[in-house]
Design a protein around this ligand. Structure first.
Ligand SMILES: [Zn+2]
Length: 126
């Protein structure tokens, strides 16, 4: 029988519990943890250019681009957002991938980059 995920029923954990947990003890379906983002490093590392298909990061800006891993020909900018966050029990450093960052920021990475004068600027939206 196929199990369905019911996000509302995920176990809620406090940050200090997660910090002290053995990674092998994490339940497969994950758990929920409510935190407040306290700090985002304002460096130029919040985005990268990668293969649209396999997400492999590339520094190859030759055109036409061909992904060395999967052979895909299109690039896309993606988030690789790291931040510090805390709840009332602890602080921790987080990293979120492009999908997760888009849910948090509610804009895609390219939209934010387009709004900057230089792509080395740090977007105020973040
Ligand atoms: Zn690829």
């Amino acid at each position: 029988m196929k199990q369905t995920l019911q996000p509302g029923l995920l176990q809620h954990k406090k940050l200090d519990e997660l910090n002290n947990m053995d990674p092998f003890d994490f339940q497969e379906e994950g758990c929920k943890c409510t935190v407040t983002i306290t700090h985002i490093p304002q460096d130029n590392n919040w985005w990268y250019i990668g293969c649209e298909k396999c997400k492999k990061k590339t520094t190859d800006d030759s055109t036409p681009f061909i992904c060395s891993k999967c052979g895909w020909k299109r690039l896309r900018t993606r988030y690789k957002l790291s931040f510090a966050a805390a709840d009332d029990t602890a602080k921790a450093n987080f990293f979120c991938n492009d999908e997760m960052a888009r849910m948090i920021v509610r804009r895609n990475c390219q939209t934010l980059l387009n709004s900057l004068r230089k792509n080395t600027d740090f977007p105020p939206e973040l």
